[in-house]
Design a protein. Structure first.
Lengths: 215, 215
């Protein structure tokens, strides 16, 4: 069983913009990222039909299991239950966290996206295990994302006792600014999956996190 | 608890093409259909975000509960669980029925769409309680629907022992042809919700079904 208190959130890979084609390439990139050292994988795909998503999620889970990394499903509690994922990540437009927690059970990881102190506190009360906070930088992955300041990130971090994973536009160039804020991790999409060499990109994030963490 | 063996499938309302606006009008039409005598309601909405769907589903459930009619969610097991719907309806591109049955439990209604004898038999093995079979007529609601013949409907009906609900392009004008095949019900979308008077339309379907059933 997942030890929820021993999760390494430091390099949190979020997969996105998978168009239903090129499945082998998509899985290969995820595997490269796992080899490079991402510590958690979240599948976030909104466009696929349920069966296609189910099949894809099972394949990704096979990879994360091989690399002993927790696997989280975005939004879809049904899929998280169906493939027995390690957890579920909810945005503010997904199921209420309290409802998801009841159906998911206490053993699974539950993450909630928060842009404000109010959302963060509510998520904590509703049973979230960690928060995804952002966007900390502008991002092309999510056009409608609200950008929050470093100061807002600090306020959210101070308001809750949950681990914080910062998300949104994080690259190797700007990640240091965020890691210095002592977040539990940085969530990365295109800076790893869009890199020419996802393995090296993931390894570089890992190294950067560790270097700053010990200082 | 739902008595799965006493379900009246005869006038099975499927809601569709709800665009996220005009929620009050949409709910009003469903209520009119319930007043007119629809015997089951399925919420089939693919376009809404999860939270909006959750909120809408809870409102529809309030109506179906008031009229003592079973309420089924299309595709989304997460929502069916979250709002404690009476059941789930799965298409061939949704979760495998066997997986859904395991997560849904034995007490809930599980419907599966089938276009062929093979799909119908598999659904029966996988734990379906009833089958949605169609499209029996061309339909604008689902552009990519395969049209099946009356003969194909008969073969499916003969191959399984499950109740059959025919679906696809069913109107007051053509429903008689299908009801004569001794199906458990006809699923109707636009011929009720798109009618000027959904209550009268639902009542007319109910009357038609009963008239043919007793002959």
């Amino acid at each position: 069983m997942l030890d929820k208190h021993a999760i390494d959130y430091s390099v949190y890979l979020v997969t996105e913009k998978y168009d239903g084609r090129h499945e082998e390439l998509f899985l290969k990139k995820i595997e490269q990222a796992l080899k490079g050292g991402v510590t958690l994988v979240q599948l976030r795909e909104k466009a696929l039909e349920t069966r296609a998503l189910y099949t894809l999620a099972k394949r990704v889970k096979t990879l994360t299991t091989r690399y002993n990394v927790p696997f989280i499903i975005n939004d879809r509690l049904d899929l998280a239950l169906a493939i027995e994922a390690d957890g579920l990540h909810l945005g503010q437009k997904d199921l209420p966290a309290s409802v998801a927690r009841r159906l998911l059970g206490e053993d699974k990881l539950l993450g909630v996206s928060a842009e404000t102190v109010e959302q963060a506190k509510r998520a904590e009360c509703d049973g979230a295990d960690y928060l995804g906070v952002g966007s900390v930088f502008p991002t092309k992955t999510k056009d409608d994302a609200t950008i929050i300041s470093i100061d807002a990130l600090r306020k959210i971090k101070a308001a809750v006792s949950l681990p914080i994973v910062a998300i949104g536009g994080i690259t190797l160039q700007n990640a240091g600014l965020i890691i210095k804020e002592k977040v539990a991790g940085v969530a990365v999409v295109s800076a790893i999956l869009g890199a020419n060499q996802p393995e090296q990109a993931a390894a570089a994030f890992r190294k950067l996190y560790k270097t700053i963490e010990v200082n």
